[in-house]
Design a protein around this ligand. Structure first.
Ligand SMILES: Cc1cc2nc3c(=O)[nH]c(=O)nc-3n(C[C@H](O)[C@H](O)[C@H](O)COP(=O)(O)OP(=O)(O)OC[C@H]3O[C@@H](n4cnc5c(N)ncnc54)[C@H](O)[C@@H]3O)c2cc1C
Length: 524
């Protein structure tokens, strides 16, 4: 590592940290990036093995990653080891914290679904009183979304719907809808529900990550040093000025304790790790709201139906296949009365098979059922919004430390009737739409997965105009310490039903340009 004082220390190298490095270095600002994980080499770190060579035949080794439903034997090493970096949650309410520690963070693995938030989320207090307004609106963030969409090559169909703001999409062609998707669209439209297409980042060669879209340009400036395996345990404060002056970190393998100096700190360690670091440092929390208003999206609700004409492999060409995406359609008008506020989207795909659990059968009879229903299914799932609540929070659990002696987080999160009622409405709506399409319902669940499962944790350092009720100002800058910026999703005030990464990237871009300007003017 170069032994020099950098202008800016960036903690974390995922989407949020990568964007900060990209912007700051191209403005001539020298940056040091510390990341807790190793660099990943796609050639070196992957092997091809047949399923029968794996001791658990591809399933997750029991007990190894109990909170990571996504883990299996094919990807087990990409997730943070829960023994090495533990966290705790209430005994009666689970929280699934799904983490990646690698240079590039989660950007290696995300599913690339790419949405803007709308003013239904930015101005939530005005819409339904569920949560506070953000200190910014869509108009403030729109130019940054456009630039991010350009870098990430987002594809999508423009609709002109206020709850589903259009973006700066690459030219996108969607193959003609299958008969089943057309039927679903017709039935939804009859009920006033608009049907669109998924929006996603194409990136380059199938990868839309920090390591291929953001960090290369930053490294090319010669202004960025990246240090992997560097776990930041505490931020350093100058006792005379109250400003940050760097950080203490531990080298992952040797456990050597080290220190770095910097004029500014940008935190981009992912919502909960950034918050953990701030809480462990005991700073920037004069409001007392740090750690509070934790959110993520409701996943788990799904309905599966079968199209009779497609059974026994008799589907005519064009009947099955393809997908539809239904952005939020509930509670868009103040006159609409439901037993919940907020909304959800529907993600519908046609042409899959049935799961064994759908049938009260086993052995040969079950085999026949599965064969008969293969390719005949239409599946609908949802992403729903959770309301931001003060009670849902993280705090430090001093009784538990990680492998490097850093105190762990405790997560205290409970769903309310709003989440349960929203989930029930979503399952009932999907069922009704599928039945009206003429399909047989095979399975319906209105149970939400445990919070955290969406891997979209947000909040805990929320932004706002009032330093008494928020941690950051509208530029992602700490109200308390002007040379501290937090650019990940911890800044979010509401979470929406939309996957968060386009908003994380846009906020990080906007915050980094603000920081660069403050540094140019000499106010930081
Ligand atoms: C399987 C999967 C699918 C997903 N699909 C989507 C999707 O379709 N659409 C969408 O919008 N989002 C999706 N997401 C979520 C998306 O990946 C995240 O929102 C986004 O990548 C978060 O970026 P980040 O930079 O804030 O955090 P991260 O990517 O988590 O990066 C944080 C970095 O900080 C480092 N770090 C943590 N603690 C420390 C410390 N103490 N010291 C030093 N470094 C530290 C970590 O090693 C990590 O590299 C998905 C995620 C996963 C895993």
């Amino acid at each position: 590592m170069a032994r020099k004082e950098h202008d800016v220390l960036i903690v974390g190298s995922g989407h949020s940290g990568g964007m900060a490095a990209n912007i700051l270095t191209q403005k001539g600002i020298s940056c040091l990036m510390l990341d807790a994980g190793p660099e990943m080499d796609y050639e070196r770190d992957r092997t091809t093995k047949a399923v029968h060579e794996l001791p658990y035949r591809g399933f997750n080794k029991p007990g190894r990653l109990p909170h990571v439903i996504q883990a299996n034997e094919f990807n087990a090493n990409q997730w943070v080891d829960e023994q090495e970096v533990p966290y705790t949650h209430n005994a009666d309410t689970q929280y699934n914290w799904v983490r990646v520690r690698l240079v590039g963070g989660r950007s290696h693995f995300w599913a690339r679904q790419s949405f803007r938030l709308s003013d239904y989320e930015f101005k939530a207090a005005e819409i339904d009183g569920g949560g506070d307004n953000w200190p910014i609106s869509l108009a403030d963030l729109a130019p940054y979304y456009s630039r991010v969409e350009d870098i990430f090559k987002v594809s999508g169909r423009k609709e002109g719907w206020p709850q589903f703001p259009d973006g700066n999409f690459v030219e996108s062609t969607f193959s003609p809808d299958s008969e089943t998707i057309k039927r679903f669209t017709e039935v939804a439209n009859q009920r006033g529900i608009g049907v669109s297409k998924m929006r996603s980042s194409r990136g380059q060669n199938g990868l839309a990550s920090s390591i291929n879209l953001l960090l290369p340009d930053a490294l090319a400036t010669g202004k960025l040093d990246i240090v992997s395996n560097a776990i930041v345990r505490q931020l350093g404060v100058d006792k005379n000025t109250g400003l940050l002056n760097g950080a203490h970190f531990v080298e992952r393998h040797s456990r050597r304790e080290m220190q770095v100096k910097a004029k500014v700190v940008v935190l981009a360690a992912g919502s909960l790790e950034s918050t953990r670091l701030l809480l462990n440092s005991g700073i920037a929390n004069s409001s007392g709201v740090m750690g509070h208003y934790l959110m993520d999206q409701i996943y788990g609700v799904s309905v599966v139906a079968s199209v009779a004409e497609a059974r026994d492999r008799k589907a005519r060409p064009g009947l099955m296949g393809g997908s539809a995406f239904v952005p939020r359609f509930r509670n868009l008008k103040k006159t609409e009365k439901n037993n919940f506020i907020k909304g959800y989207c529907l993600n519908v795909s046609s042409g899959g098979g049935a799961a064994p659990r759908f049938f009260a059968a086993y052995g040969e009879e079950l085999e026949k059922k599965l064969e008969s229903y293969a390719g005949s299914c239409v599946t609908g799932s949802i992403y729903g919004e959770r309301v931001a609540r003060f009670e849902n929070h993280v705090r430090i659990n001093k009784d538990v430390v990680d492998a490097w002696g850093i105190p762990a987080l405790h997560v205290d999160f409970r769903d309310s009737d709003n989440e349960r009622n929203l989930a029930k409405d979503a399952a009932d709506t999907l069922e009704e739409l599928f039945r009206a399409s003429g399909w047989e319902i095979l399975s319906k669940t209105d149970r939400c997965f445990p919070p955290g499962r969406s891997i979209h944790e947000q909040g805990t350092c929320r932004m706002g105009d009032n330093p008494k009720t928020s941690v950051l100002n509208k530029w992602n800058q700490s109200h308390d310490i002007k040379n501290l910026y937090v650019v990940d999703a911890s800044a979010f005030v509401t979470c929406g039903w939309q996957n968060p990464t386009m908003t994380i990237l846009s906020l990080s871009m906007r915050a980094s340009e603000h920081l660069a300007e403050q540094m140019r003017q000499g106010t930081i």
